[in-house]
Design a protein around this ligand. Structure first.
Ligand code: SF4
Length: 433
């Protein structure tokens, strides 16, 4: 009888990527992957601790698994597990608490468990880059982990304490990994890490690594999941117009006020940030920029907040992920006075979200009448859905369309709503009209 296993993942793309790899390990070995609402033999919860809300969500999902009636194996991993290990280990019905550096060993732990062996997690080999490649059935894109950890210690952030110091994966391993997944029909490579801009392996920095990846043979494209401003240098800027490069970057701004950036221990100024954006726009005019903004950092005045809004409008970020500041014990910001009340933080978040929606619609509408090269993700009743090189969702109809292939389309319209999908026609059909 096949064992049933369910996964829950919270937080960043790196966590999602690591879960995908674990799902593939279990699937290849004959486990049945089921939804976490179903009765399973094993529940794996890959947690996050970046905000109080993430802690709460992690605890709720863990409790749901603990309350299942058949005494399943409950394994908790990820940053909440790392940060709250002692708390979690108090519960007898949590079978394993696994730290981030041994997350890649989870298949061995569970498989040994069902074979009657007891593996002591703390004695297992540790390796943050030892994850196997996720199966093509999960996504049309493959995430490649190039880096882990962070040395920046931004004053609000708990990540350096739970993911550890910055580590860069050897570039030869990254290139080998990408070459092998390109032979498995992947068409999009997404580079992931905690702070990829700090990549440095034996003198090879992030831009040089990116250049080496873009020079690999094959019809594929490269996307960067998220970047701190420090990773942007002249080589990086010139690579943004490379034909294999997606025209989309998520650059973390966090605040539009230099005063707040300094309190956050961010090592750039608004002028530096604007210059980088401007230089990328010069090599690629309709580039898609998205960002993160924290509202209600301790001491954030109306004037500081106004500067974040102005920056959002001026830069034209097409999407803003906004977080109300929340205290993380152990960080420097937790000791700063002058905390902002929740009501004001909620108001500021709501203003940022509204501005972001206006930008998003305006940016997406600017594609009407232009061409995009879509990577088709799925086809339902002759209707294809996918993303163009600017990473905007597009829908179009046609015959003979194939999932996981590229198709050039002409953008003809846009749907209504807060996350409007672009509507298009395949170019071949357009040319034949
Ligand atoms: S760069 Fe700052 S915000 Fe990003 S992970 Fe490092 S410490 Fe956290």
């Amino acid at each position: 009888m096949k064992k049933k296993i369910a996964f829950n993942t919270l937080g960043c793309k790196l966590n999602l990527n690591e879960t995908d790899s674990l799902v593939s390990d279990f699937h290849k070995s004959g486990y049945d992957i089921v939804s976490s609402n179903e009765q399973a033999d094993v529940y794996i919860i890959n947690t996050c601790t970046v905000t109080n809300k993430s802690d709460r969500k992690s605890r709720n999902i863990i409790n749901r698994a603990r309350n299942k009636i058949n005494n399943p194996v409950v394994l908790v991993t990820g940053c909440f597990a790392e940060n709250s290990k002692e708390y979690l280990e108090r519960f007898d019905d949590i079978t394993y608490v696994i730290d981030n550096k041994r997350k890649s060993q989870i298949f061995s732990i569970i498989d040994a468990h069902f074979n009657g062996e007891i593996l002591k997690p703390d004695e297992l080999k540790s390796g943050v880059f030892d994850f196997s490649t996720a199966e093509t059935s999960l996504h049309t894109r493959s995430m490649i982990k190039i880096q882990d950890g962070c040395d920046k210690f931004c004053s609000y952030c708990i990540i350096p304490y739970v993911r550890g110091r910055a580590q860069s994966r050897p570039y030869k391993d990254i290139l080998k990994n990408i070459k092998s997944i390109l032979t498995c029909e992947y068409k999009e490579i997404v580079l992931t890490g905690i702070n990829m801009g700090s990549y440095n392996y034996e003198g090879t920095n992030f831009s040089t690594l990116l250049e080496m990846i873009l020079e690999l043979d094959g019809d594929f494209r490269v996307r960067i999941s998220s970047l701190e401003p420090e990773g942007i240098d002249p080589l990086f800027i010139s690579l943004m117009s490379h034909p294999k490069m997606c025209r989309n970057l998520h650059i973390c701004l966090q605040s539009g006020s230099d005063r707040i950036l300094k309190l956050m221990n961010r090592d750039y100024t608004i002028d530096n940030f604007k210059t980088s954006i401007q230089k990328i726009k010069e090599v690629c005019s309709n580039f898609n920029f998205t960002t993160d903004i924290i509202v209600g950092f301790p001491g954030e005045t109306n004037d500081d907040f106004k500067k974040s809004c102005e920056m959002l409008i001026e830069t034209g970020f097409s999407h803003v992920h906004t977080f109300p500041y929340s205290v993380r014990t152990g960080t420097k910001a937790a000791k700063i006075d002058n905390h902002i009340n929740s009501k004001l933080k909620a108001e500021r978040s709501s203003i940022i979200r509204s501005l972001s929606e206006v930008n998003k619609k305006k940016y997406r509408e600017s594609f009407i009448g232009k061409k995009q090269r879509i990577l088709i993700e799925k086809i339902v009743q002759n209707q294809a859905e996918g993303f163009g090189e600017h990473y905007i969702p597009v829908k179009f109809s046609g015959t003979g369309l194939i999932p996981n292939s590229f198709c050039e389309v002409l953008i003809t319209g846009i749907e209504d709503g807060n996350n409007p999908v672009l509507l298009a026609e395949p170019v071949i059909r357009y040319n034949n009209l």
